[in-house]
Design a protein around this ligand. Structure first.
Ligand code: CDP
Length: 793
């Protein structure tokens, strides 16, 4: 894959410290196969756990007979829901104030649900013993079609909840319904489309797993876990299991990809802990690929009725949507408490509107719980897909060029900070500049010319555009919490006597390169080279409290904490330098790495000299106790609003419906860029995700509730064969409120790319009168659309 990035403003590419294209500090261990993942943890006497899962989607459990399994010579324990009831652990709280069965007691509610847990001497024996457990199921009618979940005759899935007589979870709305209706009533043009974002899965390379080590002597639990949020998990374990929080240590070692899949607390984690407590030995549980795809957090599953009101000359006045959200059998989505539909209300997009209104209804179905996961910034992915698809529907209706229609409706630079109609305050943006750069990089006019010529010959070429605005970096804590834990993050910076440093983070990398970029933030602020800065993360005993890494929040929140903590160290260093130089602090000036006397640059102290002084015998000023360190909890004033302009070019085979992505141009703006190489990596990965979702990824179910996406034979993910050489570029519009002006980037490309691909496919099919096609645009769907059919035969 080649990379083209031509922006002449890229002057910071090779700076040795601070912002720059540094090679990743963590890569030497990864490329040598020396990463240490949960499955690499081997403890003395460690046992292995395996989970028996339900083969059916909805059934009463009549009986569970574990006699034969217990008789297996290598089995030490077989745990059922009834055993957990005795410990008050059969049900655990979800991240959305619901409860989820750790092991089913009364009913199973989705195929793949956890029914029993075997602990054995080795993994094979544990798996073998699962076959020896005899469960008698009384199969019930399942609820699979989300549109029928609220029918009065639909079976009630959650009859465990007192007084629950239907499958309704919540109704949530944002914006002003009456005002929006009024704008719609006076609009020249209204377009409407049902837009489905199907159920997909994060499918990280490493599945979920845990090693629980409970020490009965001192009552301490050490839990190695594939988690994106070690601190939040520790607190929740303390609350659920009743263990004292200081007696729980959660270690999240190297993580092989998270994408939101590792935010929630899965029954497997809890069962590993129970297994360790019951047997008195460490217990490892690592799920296989099918378990991961069938039972852990899915993403999306939104059916959205989108509407746009506009003038006949293409000014967008208002948007409106009504959404049915399929949450599966338990409401286990992860998002701030106030927002049951996450940040979906960013669906107003990048446009200056008069009114907007959305309503989201969450419902239970007999499918795996989860939701929100998969690089989605709390449902921003769904929101961006909806608005960007709908703008193209409007463009088709009006016969307008989709690029020009977007430019006409953009929020203008002088409107920032911009209060949108659903409650967000966008921090900064120069949308038209970014859009025009993308059009120029694509050679847009030439592409349209080529398309016109090809259409003459019956060739199907499509050009798809998407312009997205994200809202990333949750907090602020007064508005945002998960189960009452406010969304802020801590950081600690300590400079050792010899001038080397350690920075401790509350967020947890899953491959994003935090060990490099957070060292770069410290380096930029204080002038210590990144290679002299150790980044510690993923261990609750060694790091300050914070809510973890998801929703591209690490740089916006934890990055801010690190910058501010380092600035505190710099200010402390100033006072110490003044004492060492016997001048007043106000007489000192800073240059990177050093305080010196104003007007006498030769008289100064480097950070290393100051660090030694701080730990030595220098007579320090009042209030300075010594050492060179600081800590900060950063509660961001707002989220950050990265954005981008994406253009996708596809060729569709008229005979087979196969879609080939020929070109993809991505111009991103994430404010101040810390490490351009890492940013490109994040963008390449996200674009690949987007092509996957647009063209092939899908977790489907048959009418009995059998999961049809339970292996990589059925759940297709893109490889290098399906993606083009990415053409990336960027603009820089710093966030005005972030300490270094940085916005998140981790999820931008996953958010922005699916509508560009689908818009391109629909554009290619325009000669057939096609104005919408639901993802994934598989060859059979595309072919059916060409035949004038909504679905394949
Ligand atoms: O929370 P997560 O790490 O997934 O997302 P992020 O904060 O957007 O950061 C992803 C990676 O890109 C991290 O290594 C960041 O430090 C880096 N990044 C960057 O170099 N410059 C930015 N403006 C934003 C992120």
């Amino acid at each position: 894959m080649t990379v083209t990035e031509t922006n002449p403003a890229a002057t910071d590419e090779n700076r040795p410290i601070g912002f720059g294209r540094l090679q990743r500090k963590e890569d030497p261990r990864f490329v040598r196969g020396k990463g240490r993942y949960v499955d690499d943890i081997v403890l003395p006497g460690m046992l292995h756990g395996a989970i028996l899962r339900s083969p059916v989607a909805h059934a009463k459990i009549v009986s569970i007979d574990t006699t034969e399994a217990l008789a297996h010579p290598k089995v030490l324990a077989v745990i059922t829901g009834k055993d957990l009831e005795g410990l008050n652990l059969a049900w655990a709280p979800t991240l959305s104030y619901d409860v989820q069965a750790v092991l089913a007691t009364d009913k199973v509610r989705f195929q793949g649900q956890e029914v029993a847990f075997v602990v054995a001497e080795d993994r094979y024996a544990a798996r073998d013993a699962l076959e020896l457990i005899d469960v008698d199921y009384d199969v019930l009618e399942p609820v699979i079609d989300v549109r029928k979940a609220l029918d009065s005759d639909a079976p009630v899935i959650r009859d465990d909840l007192a007084d629950k007589t239907n499958n309704h979870i919540f109704d949530w709305e944002a914006g002003d319904a009456a005002e929006t209706d009024a704008v719609f009533a006076r609009a020249d043009v209204v377009v409407t489309e049902e837009v489905i974002y199907p159920r997909v899965h994060p499918a990280p390379m490493e599945t979920c797993g845990a090693v629980a080590d409970y020490d009965p002597i001192d009552g301490k639990l050490t839990l190695y876990e594939t988690t994106q949020a070690p601190h939040a998990h520790r607190t929740l374990f303390a609350l659920v299991a009743g263990l004292p929080e200081h007696k729980i240590r959660v270690i999240s070692p190297d993580i092989g990809g998270g994408f939101g899949n590792k935010v929630g607390i899965y029954p497997g984690y809890i069962l590993a802990v129970v297994g360790s407590i019951v047997t008195g030995k460490p217990v490892k549980w690592v799920e296989d690929r099918s378990e991961n795809l069938m039972s852990t957090s899915f993403a999306r599953d939104y059916i959205m009725k989108g509407e746009i009101a506009a003038t006949s000359d293409g000014r967008i006045l208002a948007v409106r949507t009504n959404v049915i959200a399929d949450h599966g059998a338990f409401n286990a989505t992860a998002q701030p408490t106030k927002y049951p539909a996450g940040f979906f209300h960013i669906f107003t997009g990048s446009y200056d509107l008069q009114a907007a209104y959305c309503k989201v209804t969450g419902v239970y179905t007999n499918k795996a719980p989860g939701g929100v996961a998969y690089a989605c910034s709390f449902r921003v992915t769904e929101a961006v897909y909806l608005i960007e698809r709908m703008v193209d529907v409007l463009a088709a209706k009006l016969g307008h060029d989709p690029a020009q229609l977007r430019i006409k409706n953009f929020i203008q630079p002088d409107q920032f900070p911009y209060a949108n109609k659903t409650g967000w305050e966008y921090d900064s943006g120069e949308y038209e500049k970014t859009m025009r750069l993308a059009l120029e990089r694509a050679g847009y006019d030439d592409l349209r010319q080529e398309q016109a010529e090809k259409r003459q010959n019956g060739e199907l070429m499509g050009i798809g555009i998407s312009f997205f605005t994200e809202t990333v970096g949750a907090g602020p804590r007064r508005h945002m919490d998960i189960l009452g834990l406010g969304m802020a993050d801590g950081a600690e910076v300590r400079v050792h006597p010899t001038g080397k440093a350690v920075v401790r983070l509350s967020v947890q990398t899953q491959g994003q390169g935090h060990e490099t970029t957070f060292a770069q933030i410290v380096a930029e602020e204080i002038g210590i080279p990144p290679e002299d800065i150790e980044v510690v993360h993923g261990d609750t005993d060694q790091t300050p409290f914070g809510l973890g890494t998801y929703g591209s929040r690490s740089t916006p929140v934890s990055g801010g904490a690190v910058a501010l903590a380092t600035r505190k160290v710099r200010e402390k260093a100033k006072l110490i330098a003044a004492a060492m130089l016997e001048v007043r602090p106000e007489d000192l000036e800073w240059e990177k790495g050093r305080w010196f006397v104003a007007g006498d640059p030769s008289s100064g102290k480097t950070i290393a000299e100051i660090a030694m002084g701080a730990h030595g015998t220098v007579d320090l000023p009042d209030g300075i106790d010594g050492n060179l360190d600081a800590e900060v909890t950063y509660n961001p004033p707002n989220l950050t609003f990265p954005y981008g302009a994406y253009i996708c070019v596809v060729d569709v085979d008229p005979g087979t419906g196969h879609v080939k992505v020929r070109r993809f141009i991505a111009v991103d703006d994430c404010g101040t860029r810390i490490n351009p190489m890492i940013i490109e990596g994040q963008v390449h990965g996200g674009l690949t995700d987007g092509v996957g979702m647009a063209l092939m990824e899908f977790i489907g179910f048959d009418e009995s509730g059998n999961c049809l996406g339970g292996s990589f034979m059925d759940y297709l993910i893109p490889t290098a064969m399906e993606v083009p050489d990415w053409e990336t570029d960027y603009t820089v519009t710093p966030s005005p409120h972030h300490p270094i002006g940085a916005k998140g980037i981790g999820e931008s490309a996953t958010v922005g790319s699916p509508p560009a691909v689908v818009n391109a496919v629909v554009d290619a099919l325009a000669p057939f009168g096609v104005t919408h096609l639901d993802m994934p645009c598989t060859p059979d769907r595309v072919w059916a659309a060409m035949q004038g059919r909504a679905t394949p035969p």
